[in-house]
Ligand binder design. Structure first.
Ligand code: SF4
Length: 262
């Protein structure tokens, strides 16, 4: 009988870690591979967590990378990713992981494991369709259903310190707290908690704007009934002038990531 392999799309977040843990609990560590795509702008503590996770689960860890950061990619393609066109997620994660899986596994004996949880279940059918002919599972959509604080507690219960970005208030552990799909709220949090990193992204945005030669930015300013690009530099200046307050009300202010899932 062929042993089923399980390849976990491992983002370095608690959801995909627990999806991997549930898969290991059921099938054993030898049947599980953790596949991690490095965008080169991850938080330092993500790498610690990825290594701890692989050690703890006893599963094989495979790290792959395009080699470019999202900003290097944006400069190459002369566009800045955004909520509607998350080219960084597609090129640096999804397509890269899919190619690795197509080259190294067989749909007849391999299941793809996603970190989607029950709050994102509506995305599962769409994702499953895109993954054909691969079989796809999402163990965190099964009971016991856990919300984010419960997932973080479960990671601790299993003896691993969760990634530090959650403690800082970030909703996910991708790209070091940066995300082109994030809203203004997440960038205000980045500015408050990791100001040097914010400044580095601000400089990268200015560099890519010069290369593209157009008024483009990650964020949009929708005040006053019009929509226009809002640069990270301008957002920071507004904060320094006392015009923007950090509000953590509602995840919508942060925007969704779902990177490496769909
Ligand atoms: S987390 Fe955001 S910025 Fe990073 S690759 Fe995914 S979509 Fe792009």
């Amino acid at each position: 009988m062929t042993t089923m392999r399980h390849i976990v799309m491992f983002s370095g977040g608690v959801g995909s870690f627990l999806a991997a843990a549930r898969t290991v609990d059921f099938y054993g560590p030898d049947a599980v591979t953790l596949l991690f795509a490095d965008t080169r702008i991850e938080d330092d503590d993500l790498y610690r967590f990825v290594d701890d996770a692989a050690d703890h689960l006893g599963a094989k860890l495979v790290t792959i990378a395009d080699g470019r950061t999202p900003w290097q990619l944006f400069a190459d393609v002369r566009m800045i990713g955004n909520t509607r066109a998350d080219i960084c997620s597609r090129v640096l994660k999804r397509d890269l992981m899919r190619r690795w899986i197509d080259d190294h596994a067989d749909p007849d004996d391999t299941t793809i494991v996603l970190g989607i949880d029950w709050t994102e279940h509506h995305r599962f059918d769409r994702v499953r369709h895109r993954w054909k002919p691969w079989t796809v599972t999402a163990p965190m959509c099964d009971p016991p259903l856990l919300d984010k604080p419960e997932m973080i507690a479960e990671v601790r219960r299993r003896g691993i310190e969760p990634p530090r970005l959650y403690q800082l208030g970030f909703p996910h552990n991708n790209c070091g707290g940066f995300c082109v799909k994030a809203g203004i709220g997440q960038f205000l949090l980045l500015l408050e908690k990791l100001p040097d990193r914010y400044r580095a992204h601000e400089a990268e945005e200015e560099r890519v704007r010069r290369i593209i030669g157009k008024d483009v930015a990650v964020l949009r300013d929708r005040r006053g009934g019009t929509t226009r690009p809002l640069t990270l530099a301008e957002l920071r200046r507004r904060v320094e002038a006392g015009g923007e307050q950090l509000t953590l009300d509602g995840i919508d202010e942060f925007g969704g990531c779902g990177c490496a899932i769909e």
